[in-house]
Design a protein around this ligand. Structure first.
Ligand code: M6R
Length: 610
């Protein structure tokens, strides 16, 4: 699973090239490489493991005299097959060192192909599946790269995007998209290709999105896009992309995660301006009007991790406010489980990136059955966004690094709005509807209060960062929040945390409670307050430490060890200040542990392989 980038131009562009690679690094950061070639067949190749800055320091000096290279392929890797070593770092090349390849995704039949090639005398220097394709190109070579690649793609399964150059024809470049994202930008005699349109946003205004089973062939200054199914050339419309410097700059923050959490009040302002009319108390959305008219009787929701936790939260909202029975699936499981066709069921997909392979694959399965699909995505124009029937964007602006924070807020906002809209069209009491909408006026201030309290949250997080295990025990709509908090802590601190519904405590989690295994418990002023106090007492009776998250100081002062205060809101809106508090808590724990917060080990921003 990697991110690829290719480029053909007649001008000097080495400095841009590193910048583009850095822009792709938020996707993967196990290793990076660059490979360049010029019209005289001269060739330059450099690789480095881990960050793009390691590659930059290697090549910047060498590049001074090499500005005449005009065809580049480059790549950032997230290791699937083989460790993070220079041998496994791309580019992978054929035995005769003529064909060089960048590749994203996994070749599923690589063992079989490797065996075939070994029988023909090929040997392999690394452990990757990509190297097999490079050698296969050499083995199947016939006439030119275009003819050969068509033969190769028939033998290689499953899904991938790749770029290939032929050292003997330096003006030829081939890009193939079988499945994973790939965009193309063309202007006169300049060609750019990237797995991610955002990496180019600063430099280009329009791009062409390649669909599955398409191939771009560049020969000199000419190009064509071919359908691999029909063999025909295609005319494709370009789409526009906007660049906002704010999304790429860290401002005065230490990490992007911190910046993105502190952006939440502004994002909330934006949400409210966009959707809520406080005078008429109406939610403004033609999309929701269209959806409500379809009158679905059930909802099935498919998403992965943080997006899944947003959906778990939403299932409480959909059932409570809109009276629609809702089932949530983690997308990895959904694709392969038996499905029951029901035209009255609405399938909703949610994803920050819109590229998560499991969610995208599940969406394709549902689409293939002609079921109606709805999606909620943050990245405009992403793959999931292109395939669904109806959609809403979360409008949380670009989220740069791995931990999903502000996009989670965007997701729960859209879901709350959906539940309220659909509920209002059905049997939600108008007084309840009105109470929630009117209370949204204070949402920005409530979240800002949590941010103003960040020093206190940091102080407590520093203390708990040094416990290797933590429990999160919350109830009802806050239970999925606990799951999200637990995920965030694990993801960036590498500490062990577990989240359970507090009802579960007596079934078994109690056996783990001891002095060194603290519990984070939430107890706002809502319907389950007394039950939460019982849980607090049960934990304390076993010498467990408790961080008590409350909206109001109470008489249990002597029981808890630390307290985080959040503003009192109505229950349905509490998920916003609670989320921000939990994101800050996880962030400060990781900071105390000196983790590389924006690039947690082994992870990537979006998981584009199954
Ligand atoms: O882009 P998606 O929302 O589809 O991504 C789903 C998960 O990969 C994502 O939530 C991941 O777990 C985040 N790193 C969590 O912070």
């Amino acid at each position: 699973m990697c991110w690829i980038f290719a480029y053909k131009w007649d001008k000097e562009a080495s400095s841009f090239l590193l910048e583009w690679l850095k822009n792709l690094e938020y996707r993967w950061y196990d290793s990076a490489w660059i490979c360049e070639i010029n019209n005289s067949w001269e060739f330059f190749l450099e690789k480095a493991v881990w960050k793009v800055s390691n590659l930059a320091s290697k090549v910047e000096n060498l590049w001074k005299d090499l500005t005449w290279f005009n065809t580049w392929i480059a790549h950032t890797r997230w290791a699937t097959h083989g460790k993070v070593t220079l041998e496994n770092t791309h580019p992978h090349y054929s035995k005769n060192e003529r064909f060089f390849i960048v590749h994203n995704w996994i070749i599923e039949n690589y063992i079989e192909l490797k065996k075939e090639l070994e029988e023909k005398g090929y040997t392999f220097y690394g452990e990757t599946d990509t190297e097999i394709v490079a050698k296969l190109i050499e083995e199947l070579f016939e006439i030119d790269l275009e003819t050969t690649i068509k033969k190769v793609f028939k033998k290689v399964t499953w899904a991938y995007a790749m770029a290939v150059i032929d050292r003997e024809n330096p003006n030829n470049l081939i890009w193939v998209k079988i499945w994973s994202p790939l965009v193309l930008w063309i202007s006169e005699n300049e060609f750019f290709l990237s797995s991610d349109a955002n990496a180019l946003a600063r430099f280009v205004k329009n791009y062409v999105n390649l669909d599955d089973w398409e191939m771009v062939v560049i020969k000199g200054d000419n190009y064509k896009i071919i359908s691999l199914d029909s063999g025909l050339s295609l005319e494709k419309q370009s789409e526009s992309i906007t660049y906002n410097e704010d999304n790429y700059s860290l401002w005065d923050f230490t990490h992007f995660m911190e910046k993105e959490i502190f952006q939440v009040p502004e994002i909330i302002d934006n949400f409210i301006k966009w959707r809520i009319d406080f005078e008429s108390l109406e939610i403004k959305s033609n999309t929701l009007e269209e959806l409500a008219a379809k009158d679905f009787k059930r909802i099935e929701i498919i998403a992965s991790w943080t997006s899944y936790n947003a959906w778990m939260t939403a299932s409480y909202l959909f059932e409570e406010l809109a009276s629609i029975p809702t089932t949530v699936y983690v997308s990895t499981e959904f694709k392969y489980k038996k499905k029951f066709i029901n035209p009255e069921t609405l399938y909703i997909f949610i994803s920050q990136s819109g590229e998560t392979a499991d969610s995208l694959e599940s969406l394709k399965v549902v689409k293939n059955k002609w079921w109606f699909t709805f999606w909620i995505v943050n990245v405009v124009g992403s793959s999931i966004a292109r395939l669904s029937d109806l959609w809403l964007y979360t409008h949380s602006w670009r989220e740069v690094w791995v931990a999903a924070t502000k996009s989670f807020i965007g997701q729960i906002w859209v879901l709350l709005i959906m539940a309220l809209y659909l509920g209002n069209k059905k049997d939600l009491e108008y007084t309840k509807y009105k109470e929630i909408i009117s209370s949204m006026k204070h949402l920005r201030d409530d979240v800002s209060m949590v941010l103003l309290n960040s020093n206190k949250i940091e102080e407590i997080a520093k203390k708990y960062a040094h416990y290797k295990d933590l429990f999160f025990l919350w109830r009802n709509i806050h239970y999925p929040m606990a799951m999200e908090w637990s995920l965030k802590c694990k993801e960036i601190t590498y500490n062990h945390t577990e989240a359970y519904s507090a009802w579960e405590l007596k079934h078994w989690p109690l056996s783990l409670i001891e002095d060194s295994f603290p519990t984070i418990l939430i107890n706002p002023e809502w319907k389950l307050k007394e039950k939460n106090i019982s849980t607090l007492k049960e934990v304390k009776a076993r010498d467990g430490k408790v961080v008590w998250i409350i909206t109001k100081w109470d008489e249990n002062k002597n029981l808890y060890d630390d307290v985080i205060e959040i503003p009192q809101t109505i229950e349905e809106l509490s998920i916003f200040p609670v989320s921000v508090a939990l994101q800050l808590f996880a962030y400060y724990m990781a900071k105390e542990l000196k983790r590389e917060i924006d690039k947690p080990r082994n992870l990537a921003k979006s998981v584009t392989v199954e």
